[in-house]
Design a protein around this ligand. Structure first.
Ligand SMILES: Cc1cc2nc3c(=O)[nH]c(=O)nc-3n(C[C@H](O)[C@H](O)[C@H](O)COP(=O)(O)OP(=O)(O)OC[C@H]3O[C@@H](n4cnc5c(N)ncnc54)[C@H](O)[C@@H]3O)c2cc1C
Length: 277
């Protein structure tokens, strides 16, 4: 849609060109959300598309995903064979309720910064133990765990004008066995629950990440694959019955039910030695 409050569009080649930040400014990534509804508070869009950040950089240390990496680019990424958790990337891209047009324009960073419960790029980077690199307008870069980036439905730790620069996924997490489960109220609908489990084959542990069903990601760690009952109890202790995210895509009770159901499937699959993403 036309944003008729916007009167200026800037194309910096370095974030340093935007020294001053004021109300009315907004970073523009793929624009798929920004142009999907009126933005009465915004008069200036600052396009990230000319910063020239490389989309994806793989090394033995892991994968650097630039905030401006398109979801379609992440989908096409060919991971080294030993990164057995890499199929989670495609699974999470597919989990977005998005048309072909959105997929090709939307960025990983835009999805994370939107901080919606059904933001599947958030699910991905939290499950794979990502670290977010943030560039404030007036200070030194800082880093936060992806788990701590989203603070609630459509809220996060970004300060005014602060940029998400990239997310680092450690090689150790990419080498874990991984299982993905997602479901929606309607076929191809927005995720009602998206859960990811990873397990280090040497440790036999379980890291369970619960998203979409809750306003922000919840992560539970177990030293070994727990029993079904222990898993259920830990989820219950961590997420109260009214702590689930109720919206048109499902009631809190429905999402709670899905969470238990999908978590148990993940537990069962990772308990089998041959499990793969
Ligand atoms: C039909 C439709 C379906 C959708 N389905 C989903 C869905 O299933 N799940 C979901 O999560 N979202 C969904 N969305 C919302 C949105 O399209 C996605 O979240 C998308 O990934 C946003 O990415 P973008 O690059 O287009 O962000 P933009 O629209 O450009 O920006 C989104 C917000 O993030 C800020 N921002 C962007 N990049 C940065 C950065 N690097 N640093 C700081 N701030 C930044 C912008 O200022 C803006 O506030 C949907 C939208 C539509 C129209």
């Amino acid at each position: 849609m036309n944003l008729n409050t916007v009167t200026a569009l800037r194309h910096p080649t370095s974030p340093a060109e935007i020294a001053e930040w004021r109300n009315g400014f907004a970073w523009l990534a793929g624009g798929t959300w920004l142009f999907s509804e009126p933005q009465p508070e915004t008069d200036t869009l600052i396009d990230l598309g000319h910063l020239g950040w490389p989309a994806l950089e793989a090394s033995p240390a892991g994968l650097e995903i630039s905030a401006t990496c398109r979801i379609a680019e992440l989908y096409r990424f060919e991971a080294p064979r030993e990164w057995v958790a890499a199929p989670l990337m495609r699974a999470c891209c597919n989990a977005l309720l998005a048309s072909f047009k959105i997929w090709n324009a939307a960025t990983v960073g835009g999805n994370i910064c939107m901080s919606l419960p059904a933001g599947a790029m958030i699910s991905l980077v939290v499950a794979l133990e990502g670290r977010c690199r943030l560039w404030p307008r007036d200070g030194a870069p800082r880093e936060v765990a992806a788990l701590d980036f989203v603070t609630g439905n459509h809220t996060n730790v970004l300060r005014p004008g602060e940029l998400l620069r990239k997310v680092h996924l450690p090689g150790s997490a990419l080498m874990k066995r991984a299982v993905f489960r997602q479901t929606s109220l309607t076929k191809l609908g927005r995720s009602a629950a998206l859960l990811l489990g990873t397990s280090d084959p040497a440790q036999g542990d379980l890291l369970l990440t619960i998203t979409a069903a809750t306003p922000r990601p919840v992560q539970l760690g177990f030293d070994e694959i727990p029993s079904a009952e222990a898993l259920r109890q830990k989820i219950d202790a961590r997420i109260p019955a009214d702590g689930y995210f109720a919206d048109v895509h499902g009631s809190a009770a429905y999402k709670r039910h899905l969470t238990f159901h999908l978590a148990e499937q993940i537990r069962g699959e990772l308990a089998r030695p041959e499990a793969r993403a």
